[in-house]
Design a protein around this ligand. Sequence first.
Ligand code: CFM
Ligand code: HCA
Length: 528
Amino acid sequence: MANFRDTILEGYPAKVFKNRKDHIVELEGEDNPIEANRRTVPGIITSRGCCYAGCKGVVLGPIKDIVLITHGPIGCGYYSWLTRRNKARPGSNGLDLIPYSFSTDMQESDIVFGGVNKLAKAIDEAVEIFHPRAVFITATCPVGLIGDDINAVAAAAQKRLGVQCVAFSCEGYKGVSQSAGHHIANNQFVKYIVGTGEERKMGKYPINILGEYNIGGDAWEIERILNKIGYDIVCTYTGDASVDDMRNANRAELSIVQCHRSINYIAEMIETKYGVRWMKINFIGLKGTMESLRNMAKFFGDPELIERTEQVIAEEFALIEDQFNAHKERLKGRTAALYVGGSRSHHYQILLNDLGISTILAGYEFGHREDYEGRKVLPFVKEDADSKNIESITVEPDEKNYHMYIPKEKAEELSKEMELDYYNGMFYDMKDGNVAIDDLNHYETEMLLEKLKPDIFFSGIKDKFVAQKNGTLSRQLHSYDYSGPYAGFNGALNFARDVDMGVHTPTWTLVEAPWKKNPMLVGEVLGG
Ligand code: CFM
Ligand code: HCA
């Protein structure tokens, strides 16, 4: 029988075959190159979003004390309004503007005659009513097409109103996915936000949490654990974030990076500009959480912190262990397929593994090659190698970057020594014979459900019901289906409970896919 990859590819006409063949990989051995971060075939039903979604919705969306204006027709603002479940509550300045959707609601006349006056008026109105700590303006496709100069509008408004106004030229059509939007947001942060904060007294072990967006309350659970250990959290980018805290990111000693895809740029830029070192961590899964906490303590190298970390790990684990194991007992041996943006398809394999569930297929919507294949980097290597935890390691540094590329064998040897295995891509946690698919489309989704028959399909809203109607349990790994948090110790238990309920609900005995009863018409590709 043809293998799964061939079975998928057989269904494609020649041109599509040529495009898709390198995006689908059956893993074998060490070296598994995959095509990623490329333009989607027009007409294929992709689950990807756009540049505006990555900038406005993902990176800027969770900041609670700014007015975030969508300059464009109302749909873009409306469909990115509260769908991501990035939770927030008012901070010390009392502001939480997350429930609002601000848009200039561009009409035909604005497209023809220009929308800058309407935008300026919208900024005036919003500042007068809401008194935000800053105004961020995001561009949608027509803004770039008609040439509205949002940077000039922002500069004039800032002068007029005395409130910081920053423009983000994240027109939806830029790049090939959300990923371009992340990069644009990161660039503006470094240019206009980081390093503009008021001096504040720093506590012990000051850190930034980067790439954590508080979906379903994840950041709150991570912060709870870190506070308990004794870290001073300077700011979070950008879950439940205050822009004024974000301004002080340069004052931390370490940035921990949860989602690498959306925020790696800023981690590196803050390090280059201000010398704040960064470390990739993962608070999804028990093993991930424990290892991350230990690596952080090791970075600071203080014996007191190392001891306190072990204490908190033991305490937290003891609180959930019995219940977690009870769920594990009911779940182990199941199989899963995962398809999420650019980070979770890797992280959740670690939590599933804690539960004895193996991942047979995984893919990213917009991950880059390094998110799959890994990027062999060594953190904290400076020319003078002054870091506390690498005294015994000498490596030739490259010209500029402390996070250097080094030979693979050397990287593996060193990362073993330092117990830092989070610089690996998703393939590191997958086995031979597992399948990886980049930018999975709906035809491929149906094929995977039919041929690989995973017990659970973890993905997003666009394919959820394809799986459910097929009789396969679906859980959303973007929004957590109204549940969460899933990060940290309590999050792992919530996840185990939700998956256990989903797998064992008696509903499945009552569901029969319509095509199991009645024959259906099957389309045929002509000229393929
Ligand atoms: Fe990072 Fe994210 Fe993800 Fe992402 Fe997203 Fe998201 Fe995601 Mo949806 S920032 S890459 S652009 S972890 S919104 S919180 S769930 S696709 S895997
Ligand atoms: C986005 C946001 C999204 C979409 C989720 C989904 C999110 O990419 O614009 O498709 O279910 O997490 O809210 O990724």
